[in-house]
Design a protein around this ligand. Sequence first.
Ligand code: DON
Length: 587
Amino acid sequence: MVHPGGTPPLMRAARLGRGLRLGLLAALVAGSSALAARPYRGGVVATAHPAASEAALAMLNRGGNAVDAAIAAAFTLAVVDPTHTGLGGGGFALLYDVRSRTTRALDFREMAPAGAGPTMYVRNGRLDPLLATDGALAVAVPGAVAGYFDALSRAGTLKPAVVIAPAIRAARRGVVVTPMYQRLAARRLDCLRANHEATRIFLRPNAAGVADVPPLGTLISQPQLAATLETLAKEGPSTFYRGKLARSIASAIQKLGGIVTVDDLAGYHVIAREPLRGSYRGYPIATMPPPSAGGLTLLQVLGMAELLQPSGDVYGEPESLHIYVEALRRAFADRAKYVGDPDFADVPVAQLTSSAHLRELLRNFDPRRATPLAELLPQANAAPGTLAGEKHTTHLSVIDRWGNAVALTTTINDAFGSCVVAPGTGILLNNQMDDFASSPGQPNLYGLVMGEANAIAPGKRPVSSMAPTIVFQKEDQARALLVTGAAGGPTIPSSVLQVAMHLMDHGFDLTSAVAHGRLHHQLLPDELRVEPHAYDPATLKALAAKGHQLEQREPWGDAQAVMEDPRTGLRYGASDPRNEGAAVGQD
Ligand code: DON
């Protein structure tokens, strides 16, 4: 299954420029298998930023486990990757403990404040979508800090002060403005300019003296964030949820017209959930349950692929790709119909992943043509997803030398979240309220259409696409084979699916599985998104001939994956060559 080459590891490519990395990506896509990750005997980590990967590796080298490493990386990413993640966000993690053979799913997703309700974004009788994305009313109660501390106290071995130290150093040292930072700051310029603190920290005056996108290479240091992290390292999460930080956060939000209160922060709680479990061709899988829809989509697509192709998915064959795409469309229809916070809405996950239900979904499957949208989701309200190519979320994957594993995905939602920074804290707050269906049936930022199950209610968690996932080995089901996840909004489940299927079905090495050109469909808009050079023109023509509306888009998503080779026990990491991350490990 793994074909480690002796040629330069793609990991090194992570340190090269974007153009060169995309060149490497094109080479891989064109069929070159010369690039393969190097093997490690010890632990292995893949994250979206080299500094976070190094922080995780430092924990492993101190004798820490996968949880210590993952949380060190998560805190560091909150500093070095402010466009994608932060202490003001939330997320999910799967923690696999090899000794007890148990996987826990930690839900530290944001919660709607007590004052939230279905009409909170309606002004003068009309929905104002900007209120759910830009500024203080878009902020949901953050869960990241609670989640990271919960993971550490549940399963970590090192002291929080040790685990947080690399993040503190990074905040003092500063983060360098990259082309990606510039792109995202340019898109969020109005939002950032509207907040005094965000302007001061993340923008720089241009020649005319107006706050603007900083020049390439500008050092963004965050001394206040460093001080906040120092406080957390000393006092733990209580200051964030009940102490001084809580008061600063709530008052900043309220001054700017938001509704998060100190009581909302005090009421925040992490939920340890049972993971969603399934299997694919004998590989056991653990993934994130609702309020993630990503894990459900993953299991439904794999289930449908297995039903329709009992002898396996064939790489690059239009028939197999058609099945994958049609399965995705059906899974996204179910997402729109059924998924919400399970503490508020009954989400029948067992039934939705049962083969009886999958067979029912496939009742109108036609191998020759794409099923018309109206047959999959009657009265669908199609609209273009504006953010298809972006990825303002971060995923990290770790396997330690013992075989413990962590898959963690976390986000402040859109780039720079709501653009609200609580003064004096350096904490950039999320705009996760946009992941609710603020108007059921109407598309959100990502063009996603969601239903009543995901309507806004006090204390509720919005549906997410984030899908941290662990695939276990067939031979020894106590060992993780693949630990993965991705950034990229609704493209997350399709990115994770393709990485996993390339590994399980197509015999790819991990580097190629992560790098390979992607196909994405989310039912609405009814288009099949294709990365440049993902498949050869004849294959794409065959898909178009079946009635799929092909749309070529810039490369999207950001997958981070690590694996253990069942034959040798050696471990590999792969960081998405589309972005600026790195995979590292212990020899
Ligand atoms: O939880 C979710 O599904 C979204 N808030 C993730 C946002 C994201 O990945 C942004 N990238 N396009």
